[in-house]
Design a protein around this ligand. Structure first.
Ligand SMILES: [Zn+2]
Ligand SMILES: [Zn+2]
Length: 341
């Protein structure tokens, strides 16, 4: 068992990550230590490292919240998980279990929650530790690199789609076909929706078409809301996964009357909500953030049953800054997954 490990850490907001040699974290009571195999790179990691979200992490820290690996040690009191088990560590690192939100089944809204790769060191490293109660079991026989992004991109979009309340046969628009969006298209198909997609990259639209989208709109060349209103009479639901702020207002404008726009993307800032269409059209605009442990189990099971397949590109940990640069410019097709071991 090594005593030190490689970890990509942020030392100053907005600056490049540094690959450091740091001590291997040891599991406290109730925690497990995980030898990381695969670690997905999410757009939120860029927000974390640039320090543009609320409650900035204390420096230095290790980003990364789509972690799959093998349990390499267990702390005192851990019974349900043993060494060698294959587990995932999601973004929801820990929640209190006692507040009103936790008790009502909304642990993702817990004010005391800890976030992996944000308030607690995450997955851009060879090892991490996590509370045994909050790691997720990964079923046998799945590709661990393809499974890692389900831990954020998968559960976030699966939960977001459920929050739309859409029914089989309804038109659902997925706005933004990045790491989240291309997974969302597949969950939406699995849930029986008719899927339209909006993006500004023809490559990403083509990927969405291959994954089952019936209508694709390039928002750089067209006024996407007009096309959606004209072609399908407006969407029953829109899931905004885009990292661009303009997509948020456009998402509301794509709805038919009674429609629901669920926001998952996380650019900082604001967008104008038009009062008359929302009131007269009975529209709903709501946010959706990751998912609970129950949502996670469902997202994993559905991914396996329905054949939801993340398009991955494997990269070594050392390339993390280059990956961030490409992700910022929208140049990643699907998801980059760090091949840690
Ligand atoms: Zn994420
Ligand atoms: Zn709580």
């Amino acid at each position: 068992m090594p005593t030190t490990m490689k970890a990509a850490r942020i030392h100053a907001y907005g600056e490049a990550l540094r690959i450091d040699e740091v001590p291997v974290p040891q599991p406290d009571q109730g925690q497990v230590q995980i030898a990381i195999v695969a670690s997905g790179v999410c757009h939120t990691d860029i927000h974390a490292t640039s320090g543009d979200m609320a409650g900035r992490p204390s420096l230095p820290f290790v980003p990364g919240h789509e972690i799959v690996g093998r349990v390499s040690a267990v702390g005192a009191g851990v019974q349900q998980i043993k060494e060698g088990d294959v587990v995932g560590v999601p973004s929801l690192h820990w929640a209190c279990g006692e507040c009103d939100y936790c008790q009502a089944g909304w642990e993702t809204l817990c004010h005391s929650q800890l976030a992996t790769g944000y308030s607690v060191d995450g997955g851009f490293a060879q090892f991490c530790v996590a509370p045994a109660d909050f790691v997720t079991r990964i079923p046998h026989g799945v590709d661990l690199y393809e499974m890692a992004p389900i831990l954020c991109a998968g559960v976030t979009t699966c939960k977001g789609l459920k929050q739309t309340g859409a029914r089989k046969g309804d038109w659902v628009v997925i706005s933004g076909i990045g790491g989240l969006g291309h997974v969302a298209v597949q969950y939406a198909r699995a849930l029986g929706y008719q899927v339209a997609v909006v993006d500004i990259s023809d490559d990403k639209l083509e990927l969405a078409r291959r994954l089952g989208a019936e209508l694709t709109v390039n928002a750089q060349l067209n006024d996407a809301p007009s096309v959606i209103q004209r072609e399908i009479g407006g969407a029953h639901a829109v899931l905004v996964t885009a990292a661009a702020k303009t997509a948020f207002r456009a998402g509301v404008d794509m709805l038919r009357r009674g429609g629901v726009c669920v926001l998952c993307g996380l650019p900082s800032g604001e967008f104008p909500v038009p009062i008359l269409p929302v009131v007269l059209g009975g529209l709903t605009v709501t946010g959706s953030i990751i998912g609970t442990r129950v949502d996670m189990d469902e997202a994993i099971a559905m991914a396996i049953e329905a054949g939801v397949k993340v398009q991955i590109e494997k990269q070594p940990l050392e390339n993390i800054n280059d990956i961030f640069a490409r992700l910022s410019k929208g140049e990643v097709l699907g998801r980059v997954v760090l091949e840690i071991s």
